[in-house]
Design a protein around this ligand. Structure first.
Ligand code: NAD
Length: 360
C-alpha cells in the first residue's frame, strides 16, 4: 500500500522538525510494510518569497490530491520579518487560514498529555502534576470570530474596529459529533466551554451540543464558562477528558493546556474534515528565535506524524510504535534543550530524531 503525503516544511524551525518526522516515517513505514510518497507544498512565508502569496491554488490542489498533509509551522518574527509589512491577508498566517478553509478542516484536535518522565517540567504544583492529565481539545476551526466580517472605519469621528462572531447550527453540530465520537474512545466525558452567560453564539453552542449529547448516552456531558475553564486548567486539569469549544476560545485554551505539560515542543495536533483527510502539525509555532540552530524539539511533529498514521492512513500499529519509541526515548533520559533536566543527555533536533528511530 502506498500513500501520498503532502509535506509543508514551512518557516523558522519548520524544515528542521519536519525533516525528523519524515526520517521517523520512513523508518516506520519500511518496518510495517507500506510506502509513503512525499509531495512538497509551499505555504506561509516561504511561499510569499517564492510566489508572492502565502498560499497558491497549486498548493491547495496538491494538498487536496494527498491522502494527508504533514506540516511544520509557518510565520516569522512579527517585529523584524518583512512578511509583516504586508497587509494581513497577504501574511504567512493567511495561508494557514486559507488552507483550513479550502480543505474544510473544521475540527482541530490537540492532545495535551503530561508524560510522567517530564513531570518536573510541569509548571503546576507537585500534587497536581502527580495526578497527571490527558486532555483532548477539540476546537472548531473554520467559523467564529476569525472568519466573520471585519472592518475598521471612522464612525462618529472615532476610529472603530468591528469583528463578527457567528456560528450556524450545522457548524456546531459537526464539531460536537467529532468531540463525542472521540470521547467514546477515551474516558467518555465532554466538557463544552463557552460564554453562554453573555454571548448568543455560545447559547446556540449549548443547545445544539445538548441535542448531540442525547445520541451518546454513555458519554457524560457538562458545560463550563471559558473564564472558569482557564482557571480549572491550572487548578485541576485531571478533571478534563475531551474539551469542546469554538475557534477563539480553543485557540487560547489549547495553548494554556499545552503550556501546563511543560513544553509546547511535545504536543502534536490534527485538523480534520468529514473524510479521512487531515492536516497534521505541531501545536507550537515556527519559533524564529531558535530557527536554524538544530536545537528545536521535533517530538510534537513526530507525534503529529503518528496521529496522521492513525487517523488518515489507518496504520494504527505504526502509530503505536512511534508513541512507544518516543516514551522509551524519554525514559532513557534523552532530551532536547527545552525539556532538559539534570542527569539527562541533551541532544540536537536531529539527535532526537535518530534516538527515536533507534528505538522503533
Ligand atoms: P512559537 O510557538 O513559535 O514560540 C513560542 C516559544 O516556544 C518560543 O520560545 C520558542 O522557541 C518555543 N518553541 C516553540 N516550538 C518549539 C520547539 N519545537 N522546540 C523548542 N522550543 C519551541 O510562538 P510565537 O513566538 O508566538 O510565534 C512565532 C511565529 O509562529 C509567528 O509568526 C506565529 O504567527 C507563528 N505560528 C505559527 C503556527 C502554525 O504554523 N500553526 C502556530 C502558532 C504560531
Amino acid at each position: 500500500m502506498d500513500y501520498n503525503i503532502g509535506v509543508i516544511r514551512g518557516d523558522g524551525i519548520g524544515p528542521e522538525i519536519v525533516g525528523e518526522a519524515v526520517k521517523v516515517l520512513d523508518a516506520v513505514s519500511s518496518k510495517y510494510g507500506f510506502g509513503l510518497k512525499y509531495t512538497e507544498i509551499d505555504m506561509g512565508g516561504c511561499s510569499i518569497d517564492k510566489h508572492g502569496v502565502p498560499l497558491t491554488d497549486e498548493a491547495i490542489a496538491a494538498a487536496k490530491a494527498s491522502d494527508a498533509v504533514l506540516m511544520g509551522s509557518i510565520g516569522g518574527d512579527a517585529k523584524t520579518s518583512p512578511w509583516y509589512k504586508l497587509e494581513p491577508s497577504k501574511r504567512p498566517e493567511a495561508g494557514l487560514l486559507g488552507i483550513r478553509k479550502a480543505l474544510n478542516l473544521f475540527a482541530n484536535l490537540r492532545p495535551s498529555t503530561l508524560y510522567k518522565e517530564l513531570k518536573a517540567a510541569c509548571p503546576l504544583s507537585e500534587a497536581t502534576a502527580d495526578k497527571g492529565f490527558d486532555i483532548m481539545m477539540v476546537r472548531e476551526l473554520t467559523g467564529g470570530l476569525y472568519f466573520g466580517e471585519r472592518y475598521t472605519k471612522e464612525i462618529d469621528g472615532l476610529q472603530t474596529a468591528v469583528d463578527t462572531l457567528s456560528y450556524n447550527e450545522s457548524e456546531i453540530r459537526r464539531a460536537a459529533v467529532k468531540a463525542f465520537d472521540i470521547a467514546g474512545k477515551r474516558d467518555k466525558k465532554v466538557t463544552l466551554v463557552d460564554k453562554a452567560n453573555v454571548l448568543d453564539s455560545s447559547r446556540l453552542w449549548r443547545s445544539v451540543t445538548q441535542e448531540v449529547a442525547k445520541d451518546y448516552p454513555d458519554v457524560t456531558f457538562e458545560t463550563m464558562l471559558v473564564d472558569n475553564c482557564a482557571m480549572q486548567l491550572v487548578k485541576d486539569p485531571s478533571q478534563f477528558d475531551v474539551v469542546l469549544t469554538e475557534n477563539m476560545f480553543g485557540d487560547i485554551l489549547s495553548d494554556e493546556a499545552a503550556m501546563i505539560t511543560g513544553s509546547i515542543g511535545m504536543l502534536p495536533s490534527a485538523s480534520l474534515n468529514d473524510t479521512k483527510f487531515g492536516l497534521y502539525e505541531p501545536s507550537g509555532g515556527s519559533a524564529p528565535d531558535i530557527a536554524g540552530q538544530n536545537i528545536a524539539n521535533p517530538i510534537a511533529t513526530i507525534l503529529s506524524a503518528a496521529m496522521m498514521l492513525r487517523y488518515s492512513l489507518d496504520q494504527d500499529k505504526a502509530a503505536d510504535a512511534i508513541g512507544e519509541a518516543v516514551k522509551r526515548t524519554l525514559a532513557d533520559g534523552v532530551r532536547t534543550r527545552d525539556i532538559m533536566s539534570e542527569g539527562c543527555e541533551c541532544v540536537s533536533t536531529s539527535g532526537m530524531g535518530d534516538a527515536i528511530v533507534e528505538r522503533l
